[in-house]
Design a protein around this ligand. Structure first.
Ligand code: SF4
Ligand code: SF4
Length: 64
């Protein structure tokens, strides 16, 4: 499942990338985060630690 980024709120600080427990987040050419790899285990750290509340972590059906 992709990260949903509110591009009006995201300031491209990279905090989500730095804190991702699986080190799978990267910033794209516009400075917005995306999951580069598939190993997300839906810990929620990226969403919780975003200082701008710009991230929404969509959970796959089986994790809900
Ligand atoms: S932590 Fe939040 S504001 Fe910073 S790059 Fe990630 S989504 Fe954007
Ligand atoms: S939910 Fe956890 S593993 Fe998945 S992208 Fe966010 S910090 Fe990384």
């Amino acid at each position: 499942m992709p990260l949903i980024v509110d591009k009006d709120l995201c300031n491209s600080c990279g905090e989500c990338m730095d804190r991702c427990t699986m080190d799978i987040i990267r910033l794209d050419e516009n400075g917005f985060p995306y999951k580069k790899y598939d190993e997300c285990w839906y810990c929620g750290v990226c969403e919780e630690d975003c200082p701008e509340n710009a991230l929404i972590l969509e959970l796959p059906f089986l994790v809900k």
